[in-house]
Design a binder for this molecule. Structure first.
Ligand SMILES: [Cu+2]
Length: 260
């Protein structure tokens, strides 16, 4: 009996330990291009995937409640254009979008709540990513109006490696003082098997997810140490779903490029 209890305790410690060390969840909108200039392909591909971006793990995604684009102050739903796809064996969605005209195209998604059985919590991550056309700025600083949203204070494209990214965490349109933000690198090599851009060695598990806090005005800053996509996920308490706790996230993705 005593032996069984200690095995149970050990398993519990192991399970909790793994949970603490596990990488964080990030809803992602991944485009085939982030800035489209003269002469470049104007039809971009977009992948929606729910992932642990550094570890290279994916989870099944349901068809999102909302998915669309904000351009020149007008929102357009693109939910009907989504096609099911698989990324690393899990359900994801894909579409393509033709950029018409100049300016910023703010893509946003509000997924259906995801049940994370390991933590006994529903997760909904309202996510944004901006594609620019022809280098003309327009909408990147505007709010989509999602229930949780990161509003960038840094223009979210044309970023060098080591730039800082600064934004405001908002919930129901209001800044969230001292919001906690998880930051992860999209470890591309783990997804596409492309050589070169895979992070293979972490000093220890704490490096998988960086953790920062916003200040009293809900403003956060993070310097991105490597070229590629960086995800920012501000995690907050949402309204319960089916009587279970519900973590609501405001997520934004930006890409950095090396100076050559
Ligand atoms: Cu997960």
């Amino acid at each position: 009996m005593r032996r069984i209890s200690s095995i149970l305790l050990l398993s519990l410690i192991l399970v909790l330990g793994v949970t603490v060390a596990a990488s964080a969840h990030f809803q992602m909108i991944l485009p085939s291009d982030d800035v489209v200039m003269q002469g470049e392909e104007r039809e971009i591909d977009l992948d929606l995937v729910f992932t642990h971006p550094m570890a290279g793990h994916t989870m099944d995604m349901e068809k999102p409640a909302k998915f669309g684009v904000l351009h020149k102050g007008t929102k357009k739903s693109l939910v009907d254009t989504l096609e099911p796809s698989k990324i690393k064996g899990r359900d994801a969605f894909e579409t393509s979008y033709r950029l018409r005209g100049f300016g910023d195209f703010v893509f946003y998604v509000e997924p259906e709540p995801y049940w994370e059985s390991a933590d006994g919590v529903y997760i909904t991550q309202c996510t944004k990513m901006v594609v620019n056309s022809m280098g003309v700025a327009s909408d990147w600083g505007k709010e989509v109006g999602m229930k949780a949203e990161i509003v960038p204070l840094t223009r979210p494209y044309g970023l060098w490696t080591n730039n800082v990214f600064t934004g405001v965490v908002k919930k129901n349109g209001k800044p969230v003082p001292y919001a906690e933000i998880e930051v992860e690198y999209f470890n591309e090599g783990k997804f596409s098997k492309l050589a070169g851009n895979e992070v293979t060695e972490l000093p220890n598990e704490t490096f998988t997810t960086q953790v920062i806090k916003a200040d009293k005005n809900g403003v956060f800053t993070y310097a991105m140490p490597k070229s590629g996509w960086w995800g920012f996920a501000a995690l907050m308490e949402g309204e319960p779903v089916n009587g279970k706790s519900h973590e609501i996230g405001a997520v934004m993705w930006v890409k950095t490029h090396d100076m050559k």
